[in-house]
Design a binder for this molecule. Structure first.
Ligand code: G4P
Length: 534
């Protein structure tokens, strides 16, 4: 009998890419991000009962909070990844720090997702942090779905809320579900997307019942009573009149955000959100490298590092670099090119995550996030390929809000301090600027807490002590100009306030908004950028 050796050609399985949904949930602290994440994990079978996330004290003592300092403070500092299967889809949720002092971390995470769910507290509406995060989504045209949470509490009028969302988030909205009353009178939502009535039973464990219903039928009157049924019909008519038909393409291009209403705590409206999400949210999208656009279905593996985090495993003081797979298939132990170092590397223990549990994986596809053990070889933004010299576009740095001089507090540990600062900056913990006038190092952060984290980590991980000294600055602006002479003149005039960032770019450290305005008026041919990606 003849036997055949069958050789499979190693092609990327497009169905694997199509079924992936990689996204982040973003919210102002307390809007309900943890509660929503927990319910999504429940549907994915990752946890068995609701309440598990909190009763296991993930939030307080932190299975998703990796650093000791977070445990002490009970806030989530770093970003973790959770993955699960739902229906035929593979879902990757990138968790983001709840605390606003770590917003920079969230901004970076947003560069690794294909879409976003924004949670808004129905009573509080759009809050500062949500506004800022939405700015980042807008910069990248990230598709956004909005979940209005806490409908079991008294909140704003839903129509007013839609106006507020449009105005404050600067995006068109389109309700795909509609609440029937709220607070103690909350009856449920009409699911416009699936044309169904979902009646509310407060329950943290059970998924509520749904009734297929024609809004014009008497059945609706029977279910919720005639006055509410008439009001709902009126509201729906108004919605149809005011808001154009939901357009998936406009959503995918980041121009229109579908809106759902519900209660994450009571697991109400969450599955509807998830069902719609998996159907309309994009599978991995092409990623722009400096050289060309990289498509997810390309056969060869490419990926970039968007996050480096220390101490995931408290028993081993190692770092993990999070790599977003942009194309092809990542295979364990295969040789890949670390483009910045021009060096080939193999990874014998790449991991995937479920909060603190991590498992070694053999392969990963575009859209997946893999953890690569790191001992200082990676920097945020590094690219891995099968040999091509690609550079994924730099991740944006935003002007920090707070600045301090960092000084050595232990003369014997100068080297340790320099190394520690270097590595923490590689991880993207904060931004470093070197003042060109006096050579002093300035650390820029989004919030006070980051300074404390840096000091704590320098001591605990690098055995180095630092001291902070005040410097009064308003903003750091990256400056550039086509007019070399004017740029030189500006640098001369502002020599005390000129600094270099880690990439050697010119940064103007403005000490007040007035000074910045005057500089913009006096030097018309200089562009002042508030992000490093321009
Ligand atoms: P976050 O991650 O965005 O910070 O929010 P989180 O889910 O932790 O929720 C913040 C608070 O809001 C929690 O209350 C949570 O129980 C509550 N919450 C979340 N979703 C809903 C909802 O749909 N309805 C109502 N009524 N409350 C909701 P807490 O008192 O801070 O914590 P806990 O004591 O409940 O654990």
């Amino acid at each position: 009998m003849l036997t055949f050796n069958i050789h499979f050609i190693d092609m990327v399985d497009n169905t694997e890419i199509q079924r992936r949904r990689t996204f982040a949930i973003i919210a102002h602290p307390d809007a309900g991000k943890t509660s929503l994440t927990e319910k999504l994990l429940l549907f994915g079978g990752q946890i068995q009962v609701a309440g598990a996330v909190k009763s296991n004290k993930i939030k307080k003592t932190a299975t998703s909070d990796w650093m000791e300092i977070e445990k002490q403070r009970g806030i989530s500092v770093t970003t973790s990844v959770m993955e699960f299967d739902y229906r035929d889809y593979k879902i990757n949720i990138l968790d983001t720090p709840g605390h606003q002092d770590f917003a920079e971390d969230t901004y970076r995470t947003l560069t690794a997702v294909d879409s976003v769910i924004i949670v808004v507290d129905g009573a509080k509406g759009v809050e500062t942090q949500t506004r800022k995060l939405m700015e980042v989504c807008r910069m990248r045209n990230t598709p956004v779905i909005i979940f209005v949470n806490k409908m079991d509490r008294e909140g704003k009028d839903p129509f007013d809320l839609l106006d507020e969302l449009e105005e404050e988030l600067m995006i068109r909205v389109r309700p795909l579900s509609w609440p029937i009353e709220q607070g103690i009178r909350f009856k449920g939502v009409y699911n416009i997307y699936e044309q169904r009535l979902d009646l509310y039973q407060p329950s943290k464990q059970v998924v509520t019942e749904k009734v297929e219903i024609d809004v014009h039928s008497e059945e609706l009157d029977r279910q919720i009573g005639k006055p509410l049924a008439d009001k709902l019909r009126g509201d729906l008519e108004l919605i149809e009149g005011v808001y154009p038909e939901f357009d998936v393409q406009a959503y995918l291009e980041g121009h229109c955000a579908p809106v759902f209403f519900g209660s994450a705590l009571n697991n109400f409206g969450v599955q509807e959100l998830l069902n719609c999400f998996v159907e309309i949210a994009p599978s991995p999208r092409p990623v722009r490298a400096e050289e060309r656009e990289v498509r997810p279905e390309e056969q060869k593996f490419t990926g970039f590092i968007f996050k480096i985090t220390a101490n995931i495993d408290p028993n081993h003081r190692s770092c993990v670099a999070f790599c977003k797979v942009c194309s092809g298939k990542f295979v364990r132990n295969a040789p890949y090119l670390h483009v910045r170092h021009g060096k080939s590397m193999r990874f014998s223990s790449p991991t995937q995550f479920m909060a603190q549990r991590k498992t070694t994986i053999d392969e990963a596809y575009a859209g997946d996030i893999i953890g690569l053990p790191d001992n200082g070889t990676f920097k945020i933004g590094d690219t891995l390929t099968e040999g091509e010299l690609l550079h994924f576009r730099g991740l944006p740095s935003f002007s920090p809000e707070m600045f301090k001089y960092i000084e050595n507090a232990d003369p014997m540990k100068q080297k340790q301090l320099a190394k520690g600062i270097d590595q923490l900056m590689d991880e993207g913990v904060a931004q470093l600027f070197v003042n060109q006038f006096n050579g002093r190092k300035i650390i820029g952060t989004v919030g006070q807490l980051q300074f404390e984290v840096i000091q704590y980590r320098l001591l605990n991980e690098y055995n180095a002590s630092c001291r902070w000294e005040p410097v009064s600055l308003y903003k750091a602006c990256w400056v550039e100009s086509d007019d070399a002479e004017e740029l030189e003149a500006f640098k001369k005039r502002k020599y005390q306030y000129m600094a270099k960032d880690r990439e050697g770019r010119d940064v103007f450290l403005a000490d007040s908004s007035y000074v910045l305005q005057m500089a913009q008026i006096d030097f018309k041919h200089i562009k002042f950028h508030f992000t490093s990606e321009f």
